[in-house]
Design a protein around this ligand. Structure first.
Ligand SMILES: *[C@@H]1O[C@H](CO)[C@@H](O)[C@H](O)[C@H]1NC(C)=O
Ligand SMILES: *[C@@H]1O[C@H](CO)[C@@H](O)[C@H](O)[C@H]1NC(C)=O
Ligand SMILES: *[C@@H]1O[C@H](CO)[C@@H](O)[C@H](O)[C@H]1NC(C)=O
Ligand SMILES: *[C@@H]1O[C@H](CO)[C@@H](O)[C@H](O)[C@H]1NC(C)=O
Ligand SMILES: *[C@@H]1O[C@H](CO)[C@@H](O)[C@H](O)[C@H]1NC(C)=O
Ligand SMILES: *[C@@H]1O[C@H](CO)[C@@H](O)[C@H](O)[C@H]1NC(C)=O
Ligand SMILES: *[C@@H]1O[C@H](CO)[C@@H](O)[C@H](O)[C@H]1NC(C)=O
Ligand SMILES: *[C@@H]1O[C@H](CO)[C@@H](O)[C@H](O)[C@H]1NC(C)=O
Length: 454
């Protein structure tokens, strides 16, 4: 686990772009925070300061709470509930939260959240929170003292970027940790507060996710920008889509209100490989906290057969296992607002850090949580776009042709040949490869690690 820190210290991490401290209650410019890519390019963290203490928090557009683990927290196994050591939760134990002068516990409430990856619980509190140089003097945050293993070796918690209806404060008499989807006391998440208090210039966050070389465990992860666009080159031809209410979400999940919760839209068509397509529309949501994307079986099953050799579905992993040197399919094109958004084929194989590779395109119907077959566009899609998530206008905007200024990182990587052609293919270039035995557990964890709260 400490390997992550060592790597950071030796400079793989590009520092915050401009976290200059600005006066309170004044709109900042250059409100951009760089992200760290962990767990072999599948998980992304950014620096957040809570009560004067700095943490790396997992950037998650599939949930809405900001939580940090408190010093002395307890760790429990996800499956049998047995207590584990703190280390086994994989959070950064050098950076756990200590009660500060600005801490004020919120009475009669608890924090409790269930992600695909597991549970975290604790108390709700007011705290001073700073990100990318912007300080919110008094924000509701969650201070967790129990968790299942959900760290990545660097993170101390999570930064939730979805809508208020998904926040996870509950009445204090809720003691059954299997009911965290329900009984919510909704509150205003961090970014909503920042905009309402005039601290950021516009009502959105945006991100661009960097692509690291294959087999690199930790590296530069891209940018998260608040109220402005990230500092990368991209197409100016934006696809625009209104945020939708997901039809399948039960009313009791969103406090009996039919309301926006995830960053969801309708995808009218998908095409893949050389000549396959499907034009039955489906709803999907965007999730930076999900290492994989999940698409309807009528798309994802034939897609996974196009790997050469073909992917083999593993019930245990809930994913297709592929040869680490397989030739991936040549394309996966998602239509949004009449525009076609393709993937780079490099993003179809997730190298887990063990001798195990899986396809990044999963089957929605096979991973339904709470019985709901959600379609999710996760990290593999988001590595190919600049995404803008506008909670003031309730719309999302996407641009492709992304190029980082430093051509050596990020998405300006040539694709090479693919599984549905016959030529040889070498995924990635192996440059700057970092291997570390210490990552094994985090790698496997991420297979089951959906960070969205259902
Ligand atoms: C953002 O920061 C960069 C580098 O610090 C600076 O050159 C640029 O002028 C800044 N832009 C704005 C809008 O402040
Ligand atoms: C959730 O509750 C179960 C049953 O009481 C318990 O075994 C488990 O440790 C709890 N998990 C967490 C993360 O609190
Ligand atoms: C909180 O205190 C503990 C020691 O009690 C220390 O190890 C830890 O580094 C502190 N956390 C931060 C973020 O400074
Ligand atoms: C918690 O308290 C509220 C208000 O008193 C009550 O309506 C609810 O049934 C209680 N829930 C539980 C799980 O005890
Ligand atoms: C929530 O609603 C769904 C669908 O109506 C139902 O199946 C489920 O039992 C409800 N859960 C709770 C805890 O009320
Ligand atoms: C797609 O192309 C492959 C070979 O290139 C061919 O076997 C297959 O029949 C084609 N499928 C369709 C739907 O045209
Ligand atoms: C990445 O690692 C896997 C397993 O260790 C290996 O099979 C594969 O060839 C490596 N890929 C690259 C591009 O180095
Ligand atoms: C992207 O990569 C190509 C090929 O290496 C290079 O020609 C091009 O200049 C790069 N574009 C940018 C914007 O970095």
């Amino acid at each position: 686990m400490y390997t992550f820190r060592d790597l950071l210290i030796t400079g793989l991490l590009v520092g915050p772009v401009a976290s200059t401290t600005l006066p309170l209650r004044r709109r900042a410019t250059n409100v951009t925070s760089s992200m760290v890519s962990t767990t072999y390019g599948s998980v992304f963290d950014t620096e957040v300061t809570i009560g004067g203490q700095s943490f790396q928090l997992l950037v998650d557009s599939g949930s809405s709470d900001t939580y940090v683990m408190k010093t002395g927290f307890r760790c429990f196994d996800k499956d049998d509930g047995l207590e584990l050591t703190e280390e086994e939760c994989l959070y950064d134990l050098d950076r756990t939260y200590n009660i500060s002068d600005t801490y004020e516990e919120i009475p009669n409430q608890i924090f409790g959240i269930q992600y695909g990856a597991g549970l975290a619980s604790g108390v709700m509190a007011w705290e001073e929170v700073k990100i990318a140089g912007v300080t919110v003097p008094r924000q509701r945050v969650a201070i967790a003292d129990k968790s299942n293993p959900m760290g990545d070796g660097i993170s101390s918690g999570l930064l939730g970027l979805a809508y208020p209806s998904l926040t996870s404060a509950h009445p204090a008499n809720i003691t059954d940790n299997s009911t965290y989807y329900y009984n919510r006391i909704p509150y205003k998440p961090l970014l909503f507060t920042m905009y309402d208090e005039g601290l950021i210039a516009d009502s959105y966050f945006s991100h661009v996710i960097a692509r690291n070389p294959t087999n690199q465990s930790v590296g530069f992860g891209g940018y998260l920008s608040l109220g402005e666009l990230p500092p990368v080159k991209h197409s100016d031809n934006w696809a625009v889509a209104p945020v939708e209410i997901i039809d399948e979400i039960p009313l009791n999940f969103t406090s009996y209100k039919r309301t926006i919760s995830y960053w969801a839209l309708t995808i009218p068509s998908v095409s893949w490989g050389r000549n396959s397509s499907d034009s039955k529309p489906f709803q999907a949501f965007f999730d930076t906290g999900n290492p994989l994307s999940y698409l309807p079986g009528r798309v994802s099953i034939p897609f996974n057969e196009l790997f050469s050799p073909p992917g083999v579905y593993s019930d245990d992993l809930g994913a297709y296992v592929v040869d680490c040197n397989a030739k991936p399919p040549s394309s996966l094109v998602i239509e949004i607002d009449g525009q076609k958004f393709d993937h780079n084929s490099l993003d179809f194989i997730y190298q887990t850090g063990e001798d195990l590779c899986i396809s990044t395109i999963g089957v929605s119907e096979r991973v339904g949580i709470a019985g709901l077959p959600f379609n999710i566009l996760g990290v593999p899609f988001l590595k190919n776009v600049v995404g803008v998530f506008d909670f003031g206008r309730d719309e999302m905007r996407f641009a492709n042709d992304v190029h980082f200024d430093d051509g050596s990182t990020g998405t300006n990587t040539t694709t090479g040949d693919s599984g549905d052609s016959s030529d040889g293919y070498v995924p990635g270039n192996g440059a700057g490869r970092v291997t570390s035995g210490g990552l094994a557990v985090a790698g496997i964890f991420a297979l089951a690690g959906y960070f969205f709260t259902l």
